[in-house]
Design a protein. Structure first.
Length: 95
């Protein structure tokens, strides 16, 4: 297969995890309304994204198609985890 096409497929495929993690914004809003979910999901998402980021960064030839979207996933996963912890502690009385 042509490397140019493979490269485009790699970039397109790397956008889907970002789109999936952007969907956690809804869970963050639910957390802020006092409707908690499980903290296991964001924790596992953070671990997953960390592993992919490390893999892509430390490959012989760095794979930025893997590193960049998964680094964003770490940030979004942390936001969900923190909001879920605050929600379980009842720290949103002002909403």
């Amino acid at each position: 297969m042509n490397q140019k096409i493979v490269n485009r497929i790699g970039w397109a495929a790397s956008l889907f995890p970002v789109l999936m993690l952007v969907g956690i914004t809804d869970q963050i809003l639910l957390n802020m309304q006092g409707k908690t979910g499980s903290l296991l999901s964001p924790f596992l998402a953070i671990i997953n994204c960390m592993m992919w980021t490390v893999y892509g960064f430390f490959k012989t030839d760095r794979d930025w198609k893997i590193v960049i979207p998964n680094a964003g996933g770490i940030v979004l996963g942390c936001a969900l985890l923190v909001s879920g912890i605050y929600c379980k502690m009842g720290c949103y009385p002002y909403l």
